[in-house]
Design a protein around this ligand. Structure first.
Ligand code: PGA
Length: 258
């Protein structure tokens, strides 16, 4: 982390977990545990049907609510989809884009790019995900793969908008597996992402971009990961479903930095 130049963000990704009723209970418990005072930015990205309950429960808090996906079109014949304007109107501040689980369902780099632009246009903060598979890491093409994903995701985004984008590095082999990247592995790729952003948008913008690590980050390993200079927070799946674990990670994000 480097709080002098950029925001620290701890974001939960609930995936397809919790009902609206369970959301209300979780938020009540979380509110009781959240540290008082100025801490890092906090987001909880929840299933679309849980957004109203989450927004209502966290209205007076510093926790921003987010969605896990959006459709880039403004409106129309897209059965089952949710637009960015709908998310904003429902009280969302964030939206996860290009998660590897959605890419595995067929989401393309072009769609990730269109969704990122639509989110920015609507005033949402996109949390844009990238990450390599185990095969790609073993074939030693992580650098090329991540550079390509970032270039395609951020293509055509204007300089005044880039600082609103949060990037999440999530190695696919570490998601939900309990196998976390080492702090060194995670830092190496987060640093690479910052270099790519620097080439595209200049050093001031690169220095101001929040880059998260995600993939089995939990209350036990967060401290070390967050101590890395280019890891500005976490995108947390499993551990964000348990209020005490999520709060411990938020506390770890408050560690002193150089
Ligand atoms: P995990 O999920 O923390 O359960 O590995 C992270 C994510 O997929 O965003």
């Amino acid at each position: 982390m480097n709080r002098k130049y950029r925001k620290t963000l701890i974001a939960g990704n609930w995936k397809m977990n919790k009902t609206p009723t369970e959301t209300k209970a979780f938020m009540t418990e979380l509110k009781g545990l959240l540290p008082k005072g100025r801490w890092c930015d906090i987001a909880l990205c929840v299933p679309a049907v849980c957004i109203p309950a989450a927004v209502r429960a966290m209205r007076e808090t510093r926790v921003g609510i987010g969605a896990e996906n959006c459709n880039p079109n403004p409106s129309g014949a897209y059965t089952g989809e949710v637009s960015t304007a709908m998310l904003v109107d429902a009280g969302c501040k964030y939206v996860i884009i290009g998660h590897s689980e959605r890419r595995a369902m067929g989401e393309t780099d072009e769609e990730v790019n269109a969704k990122t632009k639509a989110a920015l246009e609507a005033g949402l903060i996109p949390i844009v995900c990238c990450g390599e598979s185990l095969e790609q890491r073993e074939a030693d093409i992580t650098e090329e793969w991540i550079s390509m994903q970032i270039k395609l995701a951020l293509a055509g985004i204007s300089e005044d908008k880039i600082r609103k984008v949060v990037i999440a590095y999530e190695p696919i082999w570490a998601i939900g597996t309990g196998r976390t990247a080492t702090p060194e592995q995670a830092e190496e790729v987060c640093q690479l992402i910052r270099t790519v952003v620097r080439k595209l948008f200049g050093s001031k913008n690169a220095r101001a971009t929040t880059i998260l690590y995600g993939g089995s980050m939990n209350d036990k390993n967060a401290y070390e990961l967050l101590a890395q200079p280019d890891i500005d927070g976490g995108l947390i799946g499993g551990a964000s479903l348990v209020p005490s674990k999520f709060v411990k990670i938020i506390e770890d994000a408050n560690q002193p930095t150089a």
